[in-house]
Write a protein that binds this ligand. Sequence first.
Ligand code: ADP
Length: 485
Amino acid sequence: FKSLLNDPSLVCEDAYVGGAWVQAKSGKTFEVTNPARGDVIARVADLTREEVAEAIAIADRERHAWAARTAKERAQILRRWFDLMMANQEDLAVIMTAEQGKPLAESRGEIAYGAAFIEWFGEEAKRIYGETIPGHQPDKRITVLRQPIGVAAGITPWNFPNAMITRKAAPALAAGCAFVVRPASETPLSALAMAKLAEEAGVPKGVFSVVTSQDASGVGKEFCENPIVRKLTFTGSTQTGRILLRQAADQVMKCSMELGGNAPFIVFDDADIDKAVEGAIMCKFRNNGQTCVCANRIYVQDGVYDEFAAKLKKAVEALKVGDGLDDGTQLGPLIAPKASEKVLDHLQDALSKGAKLLTGGDPHPLGGQFLNPTIVTDATPEMKVSTEETFGPFAPLFRFKDEAEVIALANDTIFGLASYVYARDIGRVTRMQEALEYGIVGINTGIISTEVAPFGGVKQSGLGREGSRHGIEDYLEMKYVCTSI
Ligand code: ADP
């Protein structure tokens, strides 16, 4: 893939710590593989927990000078970082597809989406307003300062190797924090390439570090136990989120958690069915089903069930599976063999409990982690797919009769991230958006992610919001000052 790059120096195998490119002191590396071909494309520094502690110590030394700069200066540096990301969009996209597998068109989209958080939060840096409050006694004056929380640490997943970092790093830096991130070991190259551009943009040393390591739990413990770290931000599974929250409790650390979802995608009789099919394709099959906002359960009302199923089948059968670097590919490989196994397990479980195969289900000729996109009808709440996130190209269709029934079904889950409704009746749309216990509701759309809106979940899907003016709050502390004059 390096031959496809304009600037091959964006492929970095050293970690970026305190403004220096470093190898592990042990000399150890870990392999990064291309999920489409299975070949090793890089060997990246495998830092130890102690080396991560050094990155945290440097962040703590450097954060004060960064916070002392004017908001405008921080904004200008972030703006340069954004510009550099966009100028290198193609290279960053190729690197992402090589390590993650998603089609190049989606990688390009993610780079633009990820960069947009840097642009947005750079702008927000200038709007971190405080407050004055009328005093409670004649001699009292009350002001409220909003100050950076200090060193923030992030742990990110492999499904969005760029945007899941910028959503956290950009508000942290905009607020005046220093940020240390451990990217998923499947996709460290995207993170390191971003660090290269951050360095070029003038982000001071130590303010943004990328600590690559295979030791996920060791680094997680360091982030939680090191008293310098005042904020932990995580995107990943609910299971790992619970572990981190428990670990962070001892230090009473402020935590943001973007965890798993189990998104319902609800199609009513009065919906525009063609639009619903188009939305379902984007929502279910983007990134090959590997996003936390992907439709997991598709509920279709009786009157349009057969029509929707037939049209979805046709659209799914037209999807092109292949290497993400090849032109026209719409579905790449899944990230790892265990991801494919989970999809097949959900399919087998559904079939054994009475679901009927509508399309797919057979092995893909490319083998490996390539799967044929699959639809089943007659899905029921007893099936695994009803309670667990599949994270793959498997679409189960459930049938429902009325609004009350589908609300109960949709909310019957521990998760509450994204949900989707297709309907045209304004009363129904309004009732649904109020009744769904989710952090995000898409109405007549299957794509809801943007840097300008607050992204996040309720229930066991998480804590906090990323993006929008709210996304910077997690990196700020309020300080109340009471003055007697
Ligand atoms: P996924 O199914 O998306 O891999 P995980 O929650 O396992 O979800 O992973 C998300 C991120 O969390 C990855 O970077 C992974 O390496 C990391 N991770 C996994 N387990 C732990 C842990 N115990 N402590 C800290 N990080 C972890």
